[in-house]
Design a protein around this ligand. Structure first.
Ligand SMILES: [Mn+2]
Length: 331
């Protein structure tokens, strides 16, 4: 259990009627699952809930929004159409930059704000924070809040929250996974979550293009720093040649950590904007969030990201140097 005191959340829920819930750009399963799980929780108290995000989820998470309740700003709803609510809630991020275009909607409102999150990187959003950086997933925090408030989920919400926790824990293998995480997921299964169905939705719907991209990119994997650093890169040319899309690069970085002796990894992806998106990973006791933040990105100790401007090869060099430094320091 986290050390969060949920009493202030109960208080906020009791005293208000309408809520806007949003999350970070390019929402992952924890972002969407937490958003939807929290919406179910609020709805169980008869509250009015609106969910709007700056960007749409990737195709493999469409099963979490078959009813279209999560709106995309600019597509489903314009900025001036986002309803005035009593309370705005941000889940799974506490960084302004991560909110994308919905940031203005949040900033320009003077209603009370709530943040529920487990990320290290943090801005002052002027919110009442329910935050535990030791928690495996924001979804886990939502389940904890539900337990405190005496809420049980229906099968859909239980599935969304299970997806949130399962993916953020790497299917229960990251060090953040605790026995309490497993108990929480057992409860979600009792409420109707189906691990086999959820895994199939998220990880067994790949396009042939993605498999081809993966084969091409992994075939060029480099290992250095005495085998401790493994990395890969994806250029626009790789995407064109395999007809893959950017979303097809998700998760590829984790393949680097399957190499024996690897302690850190990264993937550098050339974006259409000519920027370079880098996903950074490491094992304890190393920490990638510090240098990610220094370069303008952020995330967790073991998994962070940063988008760099400039030449592709320069960006790769910069990241390699940062890794060389942390791997060569004593820790
Ligand atoms: Mn998360």
């Amino acid at each position: 259990m986290s050390r969060i005191n949920w009493a202030p959340l109960k208080n906020i829920i009791e005293r208000h009627e309408s809520f806007l819930i949003t999350t970070h750009v390019r929402p992952d399963a924890d972002a969407l699952g937490s958003q939807r799980g929290l919406a179910s929780l609020l709805e169980s108290f008869g509250k009015e809930v609106t969910m709007v995000n700056a960007t749409a989820p990737p195709a493999n998470l469409n099963f979490m929004n078959t009813d279209g309740e999560v709106k995309k700003l600019g597509n489903d709803v314009r900025k001036d159409e986002v309803p005035d609510v009593d309370v705005q809630i941000v889940v799974d991020t506490s960084a302004w930059q991560q909110l994308g275009a919905i940031r203005d909607v949040i900033r320009n409102s003077d209603c009370p704000r709530v943040v529920i999150d487990h990320h290290v990187s943090s801005d002052d959003l002027g919110a009442t924070e329910f935050k535990d950086v030791a928690s495996a997933a924001t979804g886990e925090l939502i389940c904890e809040a539900a337990e405190y408030l005496g809420v049980t989920f229906d099968a859909d919400a239980a599935s969304w929250l299970y997806a949130a926790i399962a993916t953020d824990t790497g299917w229960f293998r990251f060090p953040s996974t605790t026995s309490q995480t497993m108990r929480t997921c057992a409860t979600l299964m009792e409420q109707g979550a189906r691990p086999d169905v959820i895994y199939n939705h998220i990880h067994e719907q790949r396009s042939l293009a993605r498999v081809h991209l993966s084969s091409r990119v992994l075939g060029r994997m480099q290992v250095e720093c005495g085998g401790q650093l493994a990395w890969i890169s994806v250029t626009r040319n790789d995407l064109e040649a395999t007809q893959a899309v950017l979303a097809d690069t998700e998760g590829l970085v984790n393949e680097c950590l399957t190499v024996a002796g690897s302690k850190a990894a990264f993937i550098a992806v050339e974006l259409p904007t000519s920027q370079v998106k880098c996903s950074l990973r490491c094992r304890p006791p190393y920490n990638v969030s510090a240098f990610a933040e220094r370069l303008g990105g952020g995330g967790h100790r073991l998994a962070s990201g940063v988008t760099l401007s400039g030449e592709f090869s320069d960006a790769v060099e910069r990241i390699r140097k940062e890794f060389q430094q942390i791997l060569e320091s004593d820790n």
